[in-house]
Ligand binder design. Structure first.
Ligand code: GLU
Length: 335
């Protein structure tokens, strides 16, 4: 219900955006509405999108005082996740979105799920926090890595989420069939999966998400779930030079109540993307707002703690930078 309400609001805002002419409306201080696609309400994408909106509104308020105006109004509704966001940016229903670095790569290059459907208008703005791939295992269930998921009740994620795309990819790479090789391949959202794990309806869930986060802690701190290592042969065959969108990751000891030692896994980066059709001045103002308020931005989620503009403007980005973002990075001397 909450999601529906937010989507309706977002659609109303987006519809509003189309009544304005593109171009330099933002720079002239004219009202312009943008919507940022995020993920489930307990994930980090939802915070990311809303932190970006907060920076945009703060820049607008500061601009009103100093005479440097922009008129952008921003909303960041909860959505299905990475590929939902990319597809809806391309459909013109969202201006921006958060998406995993692997899905930015596949969408732009027309590989994996995007084979024959390359999204050539996709543009990168910056990357955000790392998102380790996590296999979260219910208390007392004997699963110690990817291979042990075979024959179990596993949540592989809702269609449209980045984790679902990555799970489908790994299932294929393993030569498995989701309908035959699991006792159950559930398609729950990130909000539903922790409760299902705590209730014993599933043995484990597969989730690609920033650390720490509220959704995972419901399962770990709430009902004793553990995060398995994911560092065997499949992981080793994935983190290679020709897949720059993957990297090794550690979830440090003490992150959650049940993380009694470091967890070794691998994963992707969250990235902030848009379309080449979104006007340069809009992307410039949004980018500027985030980096001019960067210390404030970093405080809005613990997963943002180690963010550094120098790496954010290149790591995990495979689509070209949007002109509006590149303009700001050049002004700052970062490019
Ligand atoms: N990585 C997930 C996705 O692409 C979202 C994680 C989050 O909500 O923070 O759908």
């Amino acid at each position: 219900m909450k999601r529906l309400t937010l989507m309706t609001l977002a659609l109303a805002l987006v519809a509003g955006a189309f009544t304005l002419t593109a171009g330099d409306a933002a720079a002239q201080g004219k009202k312009q509405f943008i919507a940022i696609g995020t993920g489930g309400p307990t994930g980090v994408y939802f915070v990311t999108g809303n932190a970006i909106c907060r920076s945009v509104h703060r820049a607008a308020a500061e601009g009103r005082k100093s005479g440097r105006k922009h008129g952008i109004r921003c909303s960041a509704p909860s959505t299905g996740g990475s590929t939902y966001n990319i597809n809806n940016i391309m459909a013109g229903d969202l201006e921006f979105g958060v998406a995993q670095s692997d899905w930015q790569f596949h969408a732009y290059n027309g590989s994996s799920k995007y084979e024959g459907k390359a999204v050539k208008k996709l543009r990168a703005v910056f990357s955000v926090h790392p998102e380790p791939i996590q296999i979260i295992v219910g208390k007392g269930v004997n699963i110690n890595g990817w291979g042990d998921l075979k024959g179990k009740k596993v949540n592989i994620g809702n269609p449209g989420s980045g984790q679902r795309g990555t799970a489908d990819f790994l299932i294929k790479e393993s030569g498995w069939d989701k309908d035959k090789d699991f006792k159950l391949a559930a398609e729950l959202t990130s909000t539903e999966q922790s409760k299902a794990l705590c209730d014993g309806k599933i043995d484990a869930f597969f989730y690609t998400v920033g650390v720490p986060n509220a959704g995972v802690s419901v399962a770990t701190d709430g009902c004793g779930a553990k995060i398995a290592n994911f560092n065997g042969s499949l992981a080793k065959s994935m983190v290679t030079k020709d897949r720059p969108y993957y990297a090794w990751a550690t979830i440090p000891k003490g992150t959650y109540k049940t993380t009694s030692s470091d967890v070794t896994t691998w994963g992707v980066k969250a990235t902030f993307v848009t379309s080449a059709d979104v006007p340069e001045d809009v992307v410039y103002e949004v980018t500027r707002a985030v980096f001019e308020n960067f210390e404030e931005f970093k405080k809005l989620h613990p997963a943002f703690k180690n963010l550094d503009p120098k790496t954010m403007i290149k790591d995990g980005l495979s689509a070209p930078l949007h002109k509006g973002a590149a303009k700001y990075y050049k002004e700052k001397g970062w490019m």
